[in-house]
Write a protein that binds this ligand. Structure first.
Ligand code: ZN
Ligand code: ZN
Length: 61
């Protein structure tokens, strides 16, 4: 399974999210992303593209 370009990009900041989408071992599956951070993602990208680590750190406080 190949990644779509949009799935490699953080929907919040537009930088690479380093997501291993499609593989079960994506780092994003092992951390908890607060609901309010997920809600910052545009609806059409929610659940498709991962948020990058720096955004999660930036908004999780
Ligand atoms: Zn980001
Ligand atoms: Zn991911």
């Amino acid at each position: 399974m190949t990644l779509k370009e949009t799935e490699k990009i953080c929907p919040i900041c537009g930088k690479g999210n380093n997501c291993q989408h499609g593989s079960k071992d994506c780092w994003c599956k092992h951390i908890e992303i607060p609901k309010y951070v997920l809600e910052m993602v545009p609806e059409d990208k929610r659940g498709k593209a991962c948020i990058c680590k720096s955004c999660i750190e930036k908004y999780t406080k």
